[in-house]
Design a protein around this ligand. Sequence first.
Ligand SMILES: O=P(O)(O)OC[C@H]1O[C@H](OP(=O)(O)OP(=O)(O)O)[C@H](O)[C@@H]1O
Ligand SMILES: Nc1ncnc2[nH]cnc12
Length: 184
Amino acid sequence: MRTHRRDATVDLKAAIRAIPDHPKPGIIFRDLTTLMGNPEAFRATCQALADAHQDRGVTHVAGIEARGFIFGAAVADRMQTAFVPVRKAGKLPHKTITKSYALEYGEDTLEIHEDALPEGARVLLIDDLLATGGTAAASVELIRAAGGEVAGAGFVVELVGLPGRSRLEGLGVETLALTSFEED
Ligand SMILES: O=P(O)(O)OC[C@H]1O[C@H](OP(=O)(O)OP(=O)(O)O)[C@H](O)[C@@H]1O
Ligand SMILES: Nc1ncnc2[nH]cnc12
């Protein structure tokens, strides 16, 4: 499903700053700190992500470090679910399941606590931005390895032209983005 929900009074796209000369070479960085700094846009974003997934029996929201924590925790609060952190390597204190993945530039590793999810958990994955999908795909694998069912994945921004959506849909994950930007 490809859905673009937007609060009638808030232009989320306009609330996001684009930085053409970001230190990561060759990418236009979509800076969501400007959206977070706009109370109407931040609130509308978290509410839209929660509303879009309200009828799916979600028991847990998983947010991906770091920016996914900010939106994921607010969505979990609105949906009255638990929050589960998917963290960069070496941060979680208890026993973890680990997955390495490719980024646009380089490689990274994510972890989830092996006991983070009870039997029957239905997990909504939330992150700020979907680009190549490597981060989200690794997170889906971690949630499943921890025994959770992925009820969907929600993003504030999708970079269209990169394979994020097709990767997630290839994993059988229904994917929703509130806004999209065309990327080459
Ligand atoms: O779809 P992908 O190509 O995997 O890219 C998307 C990921 O990249 C960014 O995170 P980043 O790794 O920069 O970490 P941060 O949130 O800690 O800044 C963003 O927040 C997503 O998690
Ligand atoms: N172009 C981009 N802007 C912001 N965050 C990103 N993560 C991966 N690609 C990105």
